[in-house]
Design a protein around this ligand. Structure first.
Ligand code: HEM
Length: 398
């Protein structure tokens, strides 16, 4: 299924967002093109609709055109909108097409906390996905874009944005800045299915930190237990993430990152994540379609990277954007300004020559980023490795 049609399905599903928390434990509905939203205008209608359609789904099991469902277990849940991803839908829901009609089954748990054992299990599963798909960069970007909407001037959760799992809803995934991130969600879907007792907010941050470490970067002192948003009405409006080519890059970066409560050092250190990955013109409008460094992958070929070895986390980003010698490598206006603005330059110069300091500062800033706006349950959070002491808190893994 083309991404556009996936997103189209996602949009249709968003209409379910108006449905208040339903007391049904399994939600299933027909997605025939007409009158879908109207049929499901309140929880009562939804419940009866579920009952009506349940039998037809059961009888459709195993029939052609996409097959049936095997996981209609009853869970105490609330209904949340579902993102269409081919047959399976993230957040424990599936889409199946039976005789030309798409059906949606949502089995959604209301996550109040994550289970430490499941977090550890999910981490091992994410490592397998990384080894197979070389998807480190996009998983890091997913975590950053979930967290980076945070506005410290808003006290109320989740209206303040931040790392709360809201990026799983297609209304937020549709924001221009998030183009392509549906690919990251797809990659994590099987992990979430296998380890359902972790929040999406935790899963996104776990995937990002695991990807940094797996690419050779520092061990991030992570805390888990993030609470999830439960509906797209809780998604933040578009416009909180930074632009790559604003008229005044330095003041733009400060405006955006200061709003999150981060500082100049954080801005420079976190920009160092661009040591990994590529920019693709068809997604962000930035970068070349392909370069000599990206033509063979690994993973899907194409795009323009900031560094030659764009799957290895090191400090080469700072050396490369300083030199600007290799036309095959990308330097965004917001990258270049790190060596132009005096407030940023002091850190960028240091990181270009001192990888250990970059790693230490990166780990600290990444941990901060990963907790922006989050509400933790329990309030002190969950540690899946030994809780870091102050002394060893930000030690590099290399
Ligand atoms: C400082 C402001 C930032 C700007 C203006 C910016 C902009 C961009 C742009 C335009 C892309 C290309 C997206 C595409 O075409 O697919 C990108 C990719 C990426 N960004 Fe940033 N970014 C910023 C900060 C960050 C931060 C803070 C992180 C993580 C801590 C990050 C991690 C990444 C990664 C890993 C990629 C590669 C994604 C991939 O290969 O799929 N960025 N960024």
């Amino acid at each position: 299924m083309a991404i556009s049609s996936v997103m189209g399905l996602g949009c249709a599903l968003q209409r379910l967002a108006v449905v208040p928390k339903a007391s049904v434990s399994m939600v299933e509905s027909s997605l025939s093109s007409s009158g879908f939203g109207a049929q499901l205008s309140d929880a009562t209608t939804l419940s009866s609709h579920v009952r009506r359609r349940r039998s037809s789904v059961s009888s459709a099991k195993g029939s052609g055109g996409g097959g049936g469902h095997s996981h209609l277990q009853l869970l105490q849940s609330e209904f949340v909108p579902l993102m269409g991803i081919r047959r399976k839908i993230f957040s424990g829901a599936s889409v199946t097409t039976v005789r030309g009609r798409s059906s949606v089954v949502g089995v959604v748990r209301s996550m109040v906390s994550s289970d430490p054992e499941q977090l550890r299990g999910a981490r091992e599963e994410i490592k397998k996905v990384l080894a197979e798909k070389f998807c480190h960069p996009i998983l890091i970007r997913l975590g950053w874009h979930d967290a980076g909407t945070y506005d410290k001037s808003v006290a109320e959760w989740p209206r303040r944005g931040g790392a709360n799992g809201s990026l799983r809803f297609s209304i937020e995934l549709d924001h221009a800045a998030n183009a392509g991130l549906i690919g990251a969600i797809k990659l994590l879907e099987p992990v979430k299915e296998k380890f359902p007792d972790i929040s999406y907010a935790d899963l996104f941050q776990l995937a990002s930190a695991t990807a940094i470490e797996d690419a050779g970067g520092p061990k991030i002192p992570m805390r888990y237990g993030r609470r999830d948003t439960s509906g797209p009405e809780e998604c933040i409006n578009e416009g909180n993430l930074p632009s790559a080519g604003p008229p005044s890059p330095a003041s733009h970066l400060r405006q955006v990152f200061y709003r999150m409560g981060l500082n100049d050092q954080d801005i420079v250190a976190l920009s160092g994540a661009h040591t990994l990955g590529r920019s693709r013109p068809e997604r962000s409008g930035w970068g070349k379609p392909v370069t000599k460094y990206t033509k063979d992958g690994p993973g899907a070929p194409g795009g323009q990277s900031w560094t030659r070895e764009w799957l290895r986390f090191d400090n080469s980003y700072f050396r490369d954007i300083k030199e600007k010698r290799d036309q095959e490598l990308l330097v965004l206006p917001t990258d270049a300004v790190l060596f132009e603005d005096p407030g940023f330059k002091q850190f960028a110069e240091k990181y270009a020559v001192d990888e250990a300091t970059f790693f230490k500062d990166y780990a600290e800033s990444h941990a901060k980023l990963s907790e922006l706006g989050s509400e933790f349950s329990p309030p002190e959070g969950i540690y899946i490795d030994k809780k870091p002491s102050t002394a060893e808190k930000f030690v590099s893994s290399t």
